[in-house]
Each structure stands twice: as structure tokens, then as C-alpha cells.
Design a protein around this ligand. Sequence first.
Ligand code: ADP
Ligand code: MG
Length: 700
Amino acid sequence: MPQMPPDRTPLARIVNPDSVAVIGASDDLGKFGGRVIHYLIRHGYRGRLLPINPNRAVIRGLPAFPGIAAAPGPVDVAILAVPAGTLLREVEACAAAGVGACIVITGKLADAGPEGAALEARVAAAARAAGMRLVGPNCLGILNLADGAMLSSSLALEVERVRAGGIGMVSQSGALMGTLVSLGHRHGAGFSRCVSVGNQADLELCDVLEFLIEDAATRVITLYVEGLKDPARFAPLLRRARAAGKPVLCVKAGRSEAGAQAARSHTASLAGSHAAFAALCREAGAVLLDDPAVMVLAADALDRLPRLPRAGMGCAVIASSGGSTVTTTDMLAQHGLRLGAMGEATRAELRRWMPESHVHLPLDTGSFHDGTSEDGLGACIRAFMRDDDIGAVVVPMTTQPAMAARAALLPPLAREGGRPLLYVMMAGEVGDAARERLREAGFPFYDSVAHALGVLQALEAEAEGRGRAALPPPARPAGLALPEALPRGALTEEEAKRLVAAYGIPVTRERFAATEAEAVAAAEAIGFPVVLKGVSRAVVHKSDLGLVRLGLRDAEALRAAHAALLAAPVPLEGVLVQEMARGEAELILGARHEPGLGPFVLVGTGGIWVEVLRDVQLAPAPLRPEDARAMLRRLALWPVLQGVRGRPALDVEAAVEALVRLSWLAADLGPRLVELDLNPILLRAAGEGCIAVDARATLA
Ligand code: ADP
Ligand code: MG
């Protein structure tokens, strides 16, 4: 008898169901339905288990039912690993039987083309009409390690025992999820709930993220993202996770897609959707990574090790071989890390164990006085963990006697010291005894220095994000408001400059001229030397076509330049006569609206080589002045702005001010802003300001 439709069963119930029906259950482990029921039993599912199969009376010793309608209800979750051809019928049967949610492992739907997508839409509609939820399709289900409910066909479950812990995971790839769980287990990491969302026909990544933020068993959240169904939900959830004290680590596929788009502006080509996503993660305190393995190892470190006290501290490298300490130190910079500057108390402690000449980082325990190395190791690590400039200790181990016994000394030191200690077992098989000791002690280890430093870099990003949570929201500078009537479409240089000037960004004095005589009059009014530019809405890069003539000293030079412009291969609406500005460096400032993610601003090394140099930083708008300053500091150009090779320090504060004002313009325009470039803005010596000499914009 059909039951009342469930009222949108909550995820907490789907993840931890009292009853599970396995549609297509089988004794055959070669089949999805065979593996699902096998893993449920093997990993100790404690609820009611209902195998569904019309051709069997008993499966795995349990009574089987010919269809979901014949199974005794209520059924919280049905797992479907049926062929696509019968999926709709089975989902409809589940809906009619009042099942709370279906986990659809079946693939070849929207992932396989338009026909599959149409079927998927029908399946989702059938579920929705009945108030039944869907996970998937094309997913590998849910691993609930906290409660021992493995609702999945993932081969990661092909082990004796799985390990529960604090890492939650949402993944758009089921196979990657299984792989990462298995990798984590090898390192002794433990997981709370791992959800493979597949094609997200109903429940989507953000739903699961929200659940994990509330979930008491989850302390750290990992995400593998391909595309967001509802991007606007993402950043607010990241901020909620941070407020709840749960770090979020994320790998986003599709990093390389951005550059491929044909772009109408510099900003569009430099600030694609991946860059915007990365900027959003940084602002909201989430850690974005390239390598899924490092994501899991870093999540484990955040779960089982103390966190960094704060961002920006150095680290200590200590081990018994000069080779491993030196090569590890050499690799720090490429991970944005550095050695700590030891304080006097730390040095005093080190002097007790080794000759003065060896009291420096990296520390080689081979220099310890004879017979003291074990006590000395402990004492030095304790001293590091009290040092104001040492946030973490890295121990890269090479082969040596008693490796396992030495490894076992470390976990208590890390716990007592309250700072992360990253142990790297660089050796192969001969290091396995040490690894095993650490697994038994519940302590993480790494197999390579690159992994350990990748993890430390992630811990640093987490600490930075934590620190940013305390900042007040950006404050609007006085007197900013959008003009009454906004131009639309592709703006001319003049129109774009008027728009940014309304927000207090300095621009060149200039005047449009339709004829040569008007141009000469304009130049006399502005004052020589001047710049002459051809005006055409069809042109993106004027200098490519010879439409920019700089440094015209008098009327004669102006007339010659004017004649040359008229000979250009594009029809001109007229010319722009402009003051000839001076500056010490060229910056680009840009803004754009990323659909679903909101407004962003960009700053970078400007001029005609911007796309070649790609020295840019992006952040969501609006900005605080300290955000703008931090963006400038991250540029390769930064040392130049501070003054190098006898050149003056430049007016960084003027650039900060312009960037903040542009960010408010972007925020106020919202979706009306397609893109806007100020390239270049000329930056002068400190105290002398900056000026935008070129501008272009497209408004919707
Ligand atoms: P486009 O980017 O369309 O090729 P720009 O207006 O940016 O044209 O001009 C190209 C270059 O000429 C700028 O990068 C800048 O170096 C220089 N330039 C342009 N306008 C001025 C100006 N008013 N004063 C000084 N230099 C200028
Ligand atoms: Mg330009």
C-alpha cells in the first residue's frame, strides 16, 4: 500500500537511514547491486536491510522482495544501481512506495548527452512530485563512516575496516572520492561522511556542504567541485563554515578553461571564472588547492594536528641528515614558506645540545653532542614550539637506525607543543615500520617533502583565512554614487573615463574633436605636449592599429598625427586630444561581474604586455584598503613599486585608493557591469598620485 509522500527527507536521515532497500541486490560481487549490499553488511550497517530482486528469495542470507512495493515500510533510502532503461520505472515505484530518498548510482544520464539528460529530468521530476529526494544520478553514493552506514558501491570499501574521523567530503566525482578515502586511510586519516553528488539532479554540492557545517561528526570539510548549480549559495556557506570553526578545503576542476575564451577586454581574459572562484575562496577563508591528494592530507592535518597559531610565521626544519634538511629548506620558498627567525630563548636551548657553530636552521641533529640526540631532539622541538616566529616543525626523515622508535617520540611532542609537526618518511619500504608506529599513535605522516610542504602551505592559507574573519566589512568612501543616466553597451574611452572619474579616480584631461581645427583648438586649451587617439567603438586595442600618437609638442606635430590617423584602416568617429601624462610604472585596474559569483576587481602590471606577463591579482568587490594593499603586495611588480635601482618609491596609497573606489563602482553596478579596464593607470612617485590614461568598459 502506498504511504504518505515523505516531506523532503533531511540529509541527516538520508546519510544515516534506519532502513535501506537495495534495488537490484545480488550475491554477485561483480555487480553494483552485489557490492552495495556486501559493503553494507561487511561494514556493519545496523538498520533494516531490504534486498530487492524479483528472481531471488534470499540474498546474503536476508529475505529478498520482488519489488519495492512488496517491501515492508517505511523505507528511508533506496539505492538504485539499475540499467538506465529501467531507472524511471524503479524511481516511480520508490516514489509510490513512499521511499524517503533514492541514491542513484546508475550513470549514462545527463553525463552521456541530451537523451540521457531528458531521462534524468523525468527521473528528477518524478521524485520531486512525490517529495522524494535524489542523490546522483551517476554517483557512487554515501560513505557514512561516523555511523557505519556505507551506502555505496565504491571499491574504497574493499578493506577490512574503514576509519571514522573528522573529515567530511563532497565530491562531484565518485571515483575520486573513493580514491581519496583510500589514500587518507593509508595515512591513518579518518572520515565522517563522504557524499558523491554525481550529476546533482536534486541534492547538490551546496546542500551537502550546508549539512556538513551543521554536522557534529565533521570537523574539516573537503570539496571536489566541477561546477556549481547555484553559485550564489557558495561564498555565504564558506563564511558560515569559517564562523563555525570548520576549515573548508577545495579542489576545483577546469583551471585552464579561463584563458581559452576570446576576450573583449584585458580583464575578461585575465579574470576568468576560475580566477574569480579562487578569489572568492580566499576572501571567504576557504583553502583552494590543485592536488586532491594534498587536499586530503591537509584536511587530515587540520583534523588531527594542532592548527597554526596565526598566519605569516616561519617554520623549523630538523632531522638527522644534512641532505634532507637542506633540500627541504630549498623547497620552502616555492611553497611560499620560510624558516623561522629563532628567538634568544630557543638559541639558548639549542646551545645546550650542540656547538655554537651549529645553532641555526635548518637543524641537523647529527651535530648534537655524542649520545644526546634523542633527548636533544625532544628538547629542541619543545623550544621551537614556544618560539614566537616558529609556527610549525618539519621533520624530513632519511634512513637511519631506530627510525620507528624515533618516530614514536614525536606525537606527544606535537600535542604538548600545540603546533603542527609534519613528519616526512622519505624512505620506501624500510620506512614502513615507522609509518605503522605513527598510524598506531593516531599521528599523520607524509611520504614526500613536497606533500608535507603542500600541506603546510594549506595550513598557512587556513590560518590566513581565519585571521581575515575578524576584519570589519569594507567601508564605503564618502560621496560615491552612480550617475543618473548610465551609458550602455561598449563605451568609448571618454565615456568610460567619465564613469570612473565620478567615483573619484583621476583621469587625463581630454576633449573629443571631429575635425583637425577642433583638435588643434583642444590641444591649445589642454596645453602641449598632447596625445592624439583615434576614436572607434569597433577597436579593442588602439595601439595595434597605430591609433595612439604620444608626445605631440606643437600644432604642426598634431596636424601630421591627425592626418596619419585618418589614413588608418578603420573608419573613425573622430579623435581624442589628451594631456600627455607621466608616471614611473603602468598598472592595470579592472572590474567585472562574474555571473552567479558577483563583482570582482583586478590589479596588475599594466601596459600592452598584460596578457603576456599575467601578473595580476583578483578579489571580490568591494575591497577594504588593506585588501587592496595585500593584492598589490602579491604582484611580481611589488618590489618596483617600493623603489628599486635608485628609482623612487611609488605612490602605493594612490593605487590603493583607486582600486578601492573602482571596487565600489563594480559593487554598485552589479550585474550591469560586464567588464571595465583602466589600462594603464600611471603611478607616480610617493605623494604625487596616479592617473588613468586609457579606459574601456562594457555595460549591459
Ligand atoms: P590601447 O591600450 O588601446 O592600445 P592606450 O590608450 O592604452 O591604447 O595607449 C597605449 C599606450 O600609450 C599606453 O599603454 C601608455 O603607455 C601610452 N599612453 C596612452 N595615453 C597616454 C597619455 N595620455 N599620456 C601618456 N601616455 C599615454
Ligand atoms: Mg590601453
